[in-house]
Ligand binder design. Structure first.
Ligand code: ADP
Ligand code: ASP
Ligand code: MG
Length: 442
């Protein structure tokens, strides 16, 4: 058995949905994980934003547009009146739930994060209902596995793997005749049973969690591009797919901005040693990228960039003699539940970077007890990934040299065998990515 996850663009229109159904059916009795149709989660976020602000007409207008869009989708996807009516009933439940918050969205009863999560869950509930109806209409014995019945996280946000496995096995055993299974990506319940999600782009993570608990043969992430490219195709021309990546390399790329994979998606697959294959829905025969525990040695594979980074420097004359200095610095970040991405130390100071500056003011204030603090905002981590084990001489020199006269705020190398990270200003990001591609791949 395999897990096949199809992203938002792959199910973005009735035509694409039919195509996905074909692809899935050709591949046998697998678990199909679907995202919301492209644009839907963004529209639901927009509705929630209006509700937070108490702007009910704004929310209503966005919902109306969404309803109109889905009326067309239902008509174009489904041929029989019965199938259409059934799908519309399912979808109408979503709109009704959202509308209940229009009545309550006043100042006395402010809109909450819990309600927002319920709204965001509707995109995947709708796309799977549509796919289910389409499969049934084709005469396929598809079985629906409701993610809200088995996908659950702890308070920490980590998936409760034992619970998920147990529930999922029971649900699948209840449907022994199923030709294939359909489930929702992204959505889950938290430890108290409330509807929640695995963060934006989290359907990849759903696929990987399901793959891991069921110990499947392969996890396939079907998207709108033929695998992990060697640089970000949104900013660099002439990028090429990477045939094979080590789990660790894929994890570095996903974490440092390669949008094709959710950052958390690699770990469950890696721990269970399940290959992950990135494939293109529009070009199903393309080889894509295979992520597993072996990959070509001694090569640079790809470059990625992570935006929205803040660098914080703590300079202290006392660092030389004061063991425990770094401990105190790290503890400050821990106290504010802020994780650190990059670190560079010297005798007189340390710089760390964070991608979440919501507690920055308090962190800086506390760090002032240990030294002089300065902050650089609007930075980007440029990350060069490959088999960069230190005996493979020369890669770091080439990466740094490629940036030429672009100022590099900090460099981190040697933390893992797979990554050289360089911090630059956001205005230099695109040029840095292009120069690295030119120097390392052309
Ligand atoms: P899905 O909706 O299927 O989950 P995403 O939009 O999340 O798809 O991810 C696919 C997109 O990731 C591509 O269209 C591409 O623009 C972007 N992307 C960013 N970096 C890379 C990369 N290194 N290789 C391939 N795609 C990338
Ligand atoms: N629909 C969700 C999002 O747009 C999850 C996903 O597509 O992976 O973020
Ligand atoms: Mg995605």
């Amino acid at each position: 058995m395999k897990v096949l996850k199809f992203g938002g663009t792959s199910v973005g229109s009735p035509e694409r949905m039919r195509h996905v159904a074909e692809l899935a059916l050709e591949r046998g009795r697998n678990i199909v994980v679907l995202s919301a149709m492209s644009g839907t989660t963004n529209a639901l976020v927009e509705i929630s934003d209006y509700l937070y602000k108490g702007n009910i007409p704004g929310a209503q207008e966005t919902l109306n547009a969404l309803e109109a869009k889905y009326d067309v989708v239902v008509r174009e996807l489904l041929g029989t009146l019965g199938a259409r009516a059934e799908a519309l009933r399912a979808i109408e439940r979503s709109w009704e739930l959202i509308r209940t918050y229009f009545e309550r969205g006043d100042r006395r009863r402010p809109f909450t994060q819990v309600q927002e999560k319920e709204i965001l869950a509707q995109g995947e509930l709708i796309s799977t209902a549509l796919m289910f109806a389409h499969m049934r209409e084709r005469g396929v014995r598809a079985a629906m596995l409701s993610a809200l019945s088995f996908m659950r996280t702890f308070d920490s946000g980590e998936p409760d793997m034992a619970y998920i496995r147990e529930k999922l096995m029971v649900l699948m055993e209840q449907q022994p005749d199923a030709e294939l299974f359909i489930t929702q990506g992204f959505i889950c319940r938290d430890s108290s049973g409330k509807i929640s999600n695995l963060q934006r782009g989290g359907s990849d993570y759903t696929a990987s969690i399901i793959g891991a608990v069921l110990d499947v043969e392969e996890i396939q992430i079907w998207t709108d591009i033929d695998g992990m490219h060697n640089n970000d195709p949104r900013f660099v021309e002439g990028t090429r797919p990477v045939g094979r990546l080590h789990f660790e390399e894929a994890a570095e790329l996903a974490y440092f901005g390669a949008k094709i994979l959710h950052p958390n998606c690699v770990l469950p697959a890696k721990l269970h040693n399940i290959p992950v294959r990135l494939l293109n829905t529009m070009e199903p025969e393309a080889p894509g990228t295979l992520i597993c525990n072996t990959a070509p040695d001694g090569t640079i594979k790809a470059i990625a960039a992570k935006d929205g980074i803040t660098a914080i420097k703590i300079k202290s004359g006392r660092m030389l003699v004061a063991y425990g200095f770094l401990h105190k610095v790290f503890e400050t970040f821990e106290d504010h539940r802020t994780s650190i991405d990059m670190i560079a130390t010297s005798e007189v100071g340390v710089t760390v970077t964070v991608d979440n500056d919501s507690h920055l003011v308090a962190i800086v204030d506390e760090l002032k007890a240990f030294g002089t603090v300065s902050v650089d905002r609007d930075m980007v981590i440029i990350c060069v990934v490959g088999d960069l084990e230190w005996h493979n001489a020369g890669f770091e020199a080439r990466a740094v040299a490629a940036l030429g006269n672009i100022p590099i705020r900090m460099i981190s190398y040697g933390g893992s065998n797979y990554n050289i990270s360089m911090l630059v200003h956001k205005d230099d990001k695109v040029e840095a990515l292009r120069r690295l591609s030119a120097a390392l791949f052309n």
